[in-house]
Ligand binder design. Sequence first.
Ligand SMILES: [Zn+2]
Length: 83
Amino acid sequence: MEWEYRFCPHPDCVVDFWLVQPSQQHAPLWHLTDRFGERHVVVAASEPICPSCGSTLCDVKDQHSSDDILKPGALYDFVRSLS
Ligand SMILES: [Zn+2]
């Protein structure tokens, strides 16, 4: 199972993105690691959620450079349009 990049859509959250992976043994659990690999968290939820603010972490599509990540305005608007 590959780690996936997910970002936190909350505008005030200091954690911008995480690597997430569903638990193989104990669904619905998610393993989360911050982008520096320094903080490891397990959350119990059907979707991966931000350990800092509780927002559902959003999928990052077409992530090829950090420039794509650092556009919170456009991404946030997009995410909000889905809900
Ligand atoms: Zn957050």
